[in-house]
Design a protein around this ligand. Structure first.
Ligand code: PGD
Length: 762
């Protein structure tokens, strides 16, 4: 028995662990006012049968050598010892590099992996590929913010500067009178933050603001997108129509002279061109509340009423990432900025536009005064890249052109895909298409600690440690606690740290010195800590030495100012602190974007319908959003995630009206299907969703009933077998996984077993 509490950290909270043999107990950090229940996924996960115990190689790859193969995801695996697998992998990496150059290796390897500044899987893989193979084809942007990361710099400024560091929850508690939250601000999202979060404060902040009299409006087809504590009014438009609603609101504000004309004149560029569009002077369509009503399904009176209530107050417009994770996702990001501009509160405390507030725990918090050091990734000389969600397109269309943010680029020809710390068979759209794409290359390598769908579709699977099985430093830019992440358990089976795996490969490639710089993992932690400590000292802050930090378990970092960042500075002094846009102002019309001549992203915010809308065959919208019981697909086999499933399946919400017409009752197993695929789920009949819409979260591990089929049924409930693999527009080419259309029917017959958490054959 070992009852010492060992500090640790995850993307979903800081905690400590006590051990009893192989069993662990997880206790949230005592300073966390609203701990995240996701922490309870750890205990059952640590020694679960879904863990990968040994290096494994796909039988067909061993027998036939590298090459395209549709056996991926269908073949058996063969166990191999570490020395042999690293020898073979090093030889294959060298073969591909020598034959095709580093341009033949895709190392974009998107994914959240685990918290920790050193063992961060993305940093490790990129450093290895740069130091040991001369680079790799990378991916840019994220699945989270694919559209907004590209459009915000055109209209307001750099993504991080205009999102994380503008309006804080403290300002909202003190100043805001009304919040209109497009897509809501669900606590399941703000309970999580990349790199770690020690205090979950969003529920308390919304509660305090509401108690002071701040009104919240939740604009979402899902009532649960704002917590009860916000006491919100629920406005439920048809999915994908928020831009039309915002146009109707702005039209009303201007028509009724409730807008802040002086603000538009002083701080914005291009209003006149947009106003012509708003009133239909060119296209003959007045974007009035009545017009918006016809598109959004909301009564015109409700739109008029919201516009009037927003005017003349300290109003805050927020927008969830989810809205831009859809076709034409750039438009609501841009239009929400225009709505906020018309209200004239941008840059004032608690007012204006806070894109993505509530999307992660780091938004709405002040930044640390000094960033903590992370592992340097080195220089990647390879120029070729893809917007991250174009992975299948790239693998299926080598040499073909594509457009992105004003550039015409070419998909590179990839021979080897190397993934560490992500799960595209969870995160990517149209998984049947992804399977075809994965069949195209010579070799696929995956490091993970568990048998994800991606690991099952690889040729070489290397077992990584979980963060609980190694030491690290937990720290994130907007959270003051730096955590000494102690090792709480020995590695599972033969699992190794990503760092150890890459060190072994680098040694075989003759680049060990470049990759490791001669440091052990512990020496790297000391090195990174000392780097941060020196930066703190330069700013006049004192921090203890590494050993003292390690023994104490945490260090509180100083915070920066709560001053509204570049948006606050611009409001206070627009000439002295112009925005880093071409005009130095908020770009309501962008000459740059207009010059690209994209019909799917014109020069000012425009109502553009999604093309994937309900039909007779697929009459229901599907919202495939973030899960509440795990982070993405991580630890889907953990206790908290498994308990929330019903009869082993993921739960899908459906309105009583839609359930009744399909003879579906609460708890029934249903099949969702469309032209791309089908999956099972358990029905939750609820009136907390707009009629005509069903909701199935992402993250249930892909579990095909017949892996040999080209379009198998996912028996577990992964919605990405249904979603479309198209970009948001030619501007950003972002992920559009949030929406699609489906039919839902009662599943009759023998319920297929769930095998997603069983190791694959062999
Ligand atoms: P995770 O489940 O977090 O999903 O996609 P992402 O790939 O990030 O995957 C992380 C993987 O890393 C897990 O398999 C985990 O086991 C592994 N891992 C953890 N720690 C380590 C480690 O130390 N070493 C190694 N080698 N592996 C490790 C998330 C992505 O999904 C995101 S961010 C968004 S916002 C998107 N959202 C949607 C959506 O809204 N709707 C749809 N339909 N699809 C989406 N996909 C996107």
């Amino acid at each position: 028995m070992d009852d010492i509490r060992l500090p640790h950290s995850s993307h979903w909270g800081a905690f400590s662990v006590t051990r009893q043999g192989d069993a662990i107990t997880v206790t949230p950090h005592p300073g966390d006012p609203d701990p995240n229940p996701l922490l309870q996924n750890f205990p059952a996960a640590l020694r679960h049968r879904a863990r990968i115990a040994r290096p494994m190689v796909r039988r067909g790859w061993l027998a036939n050598g590298p090459g395209p193969s549709d056996r991926r995801g269908r073949d058996e695996f063969v166990a191999m010892d570490w020395d042999e697998v690293l020898d073979r992998l090093a030889a294959e990496l060298k073969r591909v590099r020598d034959a095709h150059g580093p341009e033949g290796i895709f190392g974009g390897s998107y994914g959240w992996a685990s918290a920790g500044r050193f063992h961060h899987a993305q940093s490790q893989i990129h450093r290895f590929l740069n130091s040991s193979l001369g680079g790799y084809v990378r991916s840019v942007n994220s699945y989270s913010a694919g559209a907004s990361a590209v459009i915000l710099p055109h209209i307001l400024g750099p993504f991080e500067a205009v999102t994380r560091q503008t309006v804080t929850w403290d300002q909202i508690v003190a100043h805001t009178e009304i919040v209109i939250a497009f897509g809501g601000m669900a606590l399941k999202n703000s309970m999580v933050a990349g790199g770690g979060i020690s205090r979950h404060t969003e529920r308390g902040a919304m509660s305090a603001a509401a108690l002071r009299g701040c009104a919240f409006i939740n604009v979402s087809p899902l009532r649960e997108d704002l917590p009860e504590e916000a006491k919100a009014e629920w406005v439920a438009p048809i999915p994908g129509t928020d831009t039309a609603l915002m146009l109707g609101l702005v039209n009303t504000l201007v028509r009724e002279d409730l807008h802040d004309r002086a603000f538009l004149d002083r701080f914005c560029a291009g209003w006149e061109v947009f106003e012509d569009y708003l009133f239909g002077r060119g296209d003959g369509i007045d974007k009035s509340a009545a017009w918006a009503s016809g598109i959004t399904g909301l009564p015109a009176e409700q739109i008029l009423s919201i516009a009037r209530r927003l005017a003349g107050k300290r109003a805050l417009v927020t927008m969830a990432h989810a809205l831009q994770r859809a076709e034409h996702g750039e438009q609501p990001v841009w239009m929400a900025a225009v709505l906020a501009a018309c209200l004239g509160q941008i840059g004032l405390p608690g007012g204006g536009y806070s894109y993505a507030l509530g999307a992660l725990a780091h938004y709405g918090k002040v930044a640390n005064a000094v960033p903590s050091a992370g592992l340097a990734q080195g220089v990647n000389p390879v120029k070729a890249f893809i917007p991250v969600a174009r992975i299948s397109d790239m693998l299926l269309n080598p040499g073909q052109p594509f457009e992105y943010n004003g550039q015409r680029l070419t998909y590179p020809e990839i021979h080897l895909v190397y993934w560490a710390g992500g799960n595209p068979f969870h995160h990517h759209q149209d998984i049947n298409r992804l399977r075809r794409a994965f069949a195209k290359v010579d070799t696929i390598v995956v490091h993970d600690f568990a048998w994800t769908g991606t690991a099952r579709h690889a040729d070489i699977v290397l077992p990584a440690t979980m963060s609980l099985e190694r030491e690290d430093i937990g720290s994130a830019g907007n959270d003051p606690l730096m955590i000494a992440m102690h090792k709480v358990a020995e590695p599972f089976g033969q699992a190794r740290d990503d760092y150890a795996i890459f060190s072994g490969l680098a040694a075989r490639l003759g680049t060990a010195g470049k990759f490791t710089e001669g440091r052990s993992a512990r020496e790297w932690l000391v090195h990174l800590y000392e780097h941060t400590r020196t930066s703190l000292a330069h700013r006049g802050f004192e921090a203890p030495d590494f050993d003292t930090f390690w023994a104490r378990g945490e260090l509180t970092l100083p915070s920066g100012p709560d001053d509204g960042g570049i948006i606050g500075a611009f409001r206070r002094d627009p000439d002295g602190h112009p925005l880093p846009t071409p005009s130095g102002k908020i770009e309501i019309t962008s000459a740059t974007i207009a010059s690209f001549n994209y019909d799917d992203c014109p020069g000012h915010p425009t109502w553009l319908s999604e093309t994937d809308v309900p039909t007779a065959a697929w009459p229901l919208y599907l919202i495939a959003n973030q899960p509440a019981t795990r982070l993405h697909s991580q630890l889907d086999f953990g206790g908290h995630s498994v308990e929330a499933k019903h009869r082993g399946r993921e739960v899908m919400a459906i309105h009583p009206r839609d359930a009744r017409t399909r003879n579906i009752e609460d708890g029934d197993i249903v099949r969702l299907r469309n032209a791309r695929g089908a999956c099972l789920a358990a029905a939750r009949v609820t009136d907390r969703i707009r009629p005509g819409v069903v909701q199935l979260p992402t993250g249930a591990w892909y579990d095909p009933d017949d892996p040999t089929s080209d379009a198998p049924l996912c028996v577990h409930g992964n919605p990405n077998v249904l979603t479309r693999d198209v970009g948001t527009s030619r501007l950003a080419q972002g992920c559009t996984g949030q929406h699609t259309v489906v039919e839902v029917e009662l599943f009759i017959g023998n319920l297929p077993p769930i095998r997603a958490f069983d190791p694959p054959a062999g």
